[in-house]
Design a protein around this ligand. Structure first.
Ligand SMILES: Cc1cc2nc3c(=O)[nH]c(=O)nc-3n(C[C@H](O)[C@H](O)[C@H](O)COP(=O)(O)O)c2cc1C
Ligand code: SF4
Ligand code: SF4
Ligand code: SF4
Ligand code: FES
Length: 598
């Protein structure tokens, strides 16, 4: 192990802070001081490492040692054993779920081996609250290069040639969007907007980037503003992201003090400033026209496109809306060149994509992989396989707008087109892994409940249609489905997709349509046999006691929260079905397998 001055990087992302990573920092600093080690090691609070499921994370550099599930009490051993003694603190090293081995070198962690961090390049590497750290990592060099070496068209061409496409869900070519906005009423007031609304349930890519590397987003907005001829920028961020907002504010203040925001940036005649606007957490406000209305102080309702924001956006002026992750790629593309970026990925989808990997998977967290990586690689190589040794069932990509991908398509290389062709979509990057214990009708119902709740109500197909679809699904999960329900869902779904005003309604039926496509038998079981094979639909579960097996031990009666199990000691017990709330406690309590469910 190296004995040069070490850096002890401690995760300061929301996930790890909620597990007291700040207590770890405090104790590490105290231990270094008490042991006279302040000259030998420095504690740095960094952004999210991505491996949030194993947090709080501490990484020691240059040794490349990655400690997981660290507590403030571990600070003493990290300093005494590792910093002073040059030895690993074995008990907090990551244990590989497949080999069951403790991993000593970060590079050997399968979670990271296939990742390629471009948008997340500085997360977990730099102190996001210290602009000097960003500058030391070539921060603001791309902006300087653009302002002093490239014309506006040259910047746009670099982004176009890189093949970067919007990471907010639509996949629209970013350079082309910049070009259209530049050409639209050139010379007039224009705006660049960073979309940090991030409303997909379970997604936190954009939050992590802003918490861990807000400067890269600020720098990218300035580059885009220069190229398009804008002088004002807005970051639209949900108010539920207080840490991201805090770090963004610090970064903006520091950028202003350094002259990277404000007037005559890098001694040129380019002026650019950014303001922050807060969203109240409505999913629809992530849609760009709704977002613009919300920024203007109106109701966050979408409007018909065209006109697109690039023609008529904020205050009626040409406006470019870009997603956080899209922007985070921009400085790296400018510095490394368009070819460097376009060499990563597939023919039509260049670069990398960040996914929030969650659900029934061993390694939960943020992963950034080259486009073209297969789902199998993400689920098994990076994700470490299915939790608890269960059987893989499907992956839901694209959140409430996407669909399920089954075993048969696990080897599909992920890009915008391939996901669409198998009935799902990239979306903003939510990826929920489902196993054999998940009921697909219930999953579809969950997403539809979300979208019908979030529907702004402006157009009838979405407002009424999603409600009707939800009601049908609700009935099916309660054992009241009708034979015609599947056809009705398919018909309604297609109708809503083709007639809803905005992307929310146009994609809302996707989870239902794709689960019917791949798991129709589960729908049929619920409707025709009143049977949910996973037992997730509680109304379809009926607990009974097998008189052949019951020995009258009374354990079930003692745990039943509503007292609906009758029976004397050593006599067969009976459940009162009228009173049973289907909690399953008796099932778990019976050691004789006498409580049965279908
Ligand atoms: C219902 C709905 C919600 C959306 N939410 C977001 C969001 O949270 N973040 C985002 O960047 N884009 C979101 N979008 C896409 C935006 O409308 C827009 O296409 C995107 O911000 C453009 O940036 P990009 O080209 O960099 O992807 C949403 C779209 C719809 C229809
Ligand atoms: S599709 Fe839904 S969210 Fe979009 S405008 Fe219509 S009602 Fe509103
Ligand atoms: S716990 Fe099982 S064996 Fe005991 S009384 Fe209940 S059903 Fe019968
Ligand atoms: S499922 Fe719950 S409520 Fe029903 S009998 Fe068993 S313990 Fe009682
Ligand atoms: S929040 Fe700490 S690793 Fe993600």
């Amino acid at each position: 192990m190296s004995t040069n001055k070490r850096k002890i990087l401690v995760c300061g992302g929301t996930g790890c802070i909620s597990s007291d990573s700040e207590g770890i920092i405090k104790n590490l600093e105290l231990e270094l001081k008490n042991n006279g080690q302040e000259e030998n090691a420095q504690v740095v609070k960094v952004g999210c490492f991505g491996f949030c499921g194993q947090g709080p994370i501490v990484k020691v550099e240059p040794d490349n040692v990655f400690y997981v599930r660290v507590s403030p009490d571990d600070a003493k051993d990290i300093v005494e054993q590792h910093i002073i003694g040059g030895d690993y603190v074995e008990r907090i090293l990551f244990v590989d779920p497949l080999s069951n081995q403790r991993i000593h070198d970060y590079k050997d962690m399968s979670f990271y081996a296939k990742q390629h961090r471009v948008a997340l390049r500085n997360c977990g590497e730099i102190d996001p609250e210290n602009i000097e750290d960003y500058i030391a990592n070539k921060g603001y060099e791309a902006l300087k290069k653009c302002l002093t070496e490239y014309s506006r068209d040259e910047v746009i061409n670099i982004i176009k040639e890189s093949g970067l496409r919007g990471r907010g869900g639509g996949g629209f070519p970013t350079g082309l969007k910049w070009e259209i906005t530049k050409k639209s009423r050139d010379g007039e007031q224009k705006y660049v907007i960073c979309n940090a609304d991030e409303g997909d349930p379970g997604a936190f890519m954009d939050r992590s980037i802003l918490e861990g590397d807000a400067h890269s987003v600020i720098e990218a907005m300035a580059i885009g503003a220069y190229a398009m001829g804008a002088q004002n920028g807005v970051v639209y961020i949900r108010a539920e992201y207080p840490l991201a907002i805090h770090r963004l504010m610090i970064a903006m203040q520091q950028a202003k003090e350094k002259g990277f925001l404000g007037k005559n940036i890098f001694g040129t005649d380019f002026n650019f400033d950014i303001e922050i606007r807060y969203g109240a957490g409505a999913f629809v406000c992530g849609e760009e026209t709704a977002l613009i209305h919300s920024v203007e102080g109106h109701r966050g309702e979408p409007t018909v496109k065209p006109p697109f924001p690039s023609e008529s956006g904020l205050k009626g002026q040409p406006t470019c809306v870009n997603n956080v992750e899209t922007l985070a790629n921009v400085p790296a593309i400018i510095l490394n060149g368009s070819k460097w970026f376009s060499d990563i990925g597939t023919e039509k989808s260049k670069g990398t994509k960040v996914f929030a990997l969650a659900g029934k998977i061993n390694n939960i967290g943020l992963v950034e992989v080259p486009m073209g990586t297969t789902l199998r690689e993400i689920v098994y190589d990076i994700g470490g396989g299915i939790l608890g040794g269960h059987k893989f069932k499907a992956v839901q990509t694209g959140g409430p707008s996407g669909g399920v991908i089954t075993e048969a398509d696990l080897d599909t290389p992920i890009d915008y087109e391939s996901l669409k062709s198998i009935g799902s979509m990239m979306g903003s990057g939510g990826m929920i892994v489902l196993d054999e214990t998940d009921c697909m009708v219930n999953i579809a119902k969950f997403y539809l409940e979300f979208t019908q709740d979030e529907s702004c109500g402006k157009c009838t197909p979405c407002r009424v249609g999603t409600k009707r679809m939800y009601e049908i699904l609700d009935r099916i999960t309660k054992g009241q489905g009708k034979p015609e329900d599947i056809d009705n869902l398919l018909e309604l779904g297609e109708m809503i997709k083709s007639s809803a005003l905005c992307g929310l309604g146009q994609t809302a039926p996707n989870p239902v349509l794709s689960t019917i496509k791949y798991f129709r038998d589960e729908y049929e079981d619920h409707i025709n046999k009143h049977y949910c094979k996973t037992g997730k639909c509680k109304d379809l579960v009926k607990y009974t006691i097998d008189p052949e097996k019951c020995i009258g031990c009374t354990a079930c009666a003692r745990v039943c929260p509503v007292g609906c199990i009758a029976g004397e000691v050593k006599k067969v017990h009976v459940i009162d079905q009228e009173k049973c709330i289907k909690c399953g406690a008796c099932f778990d309590a019976c050691k004789f397998n006498a409580v049965v469910k279908p």
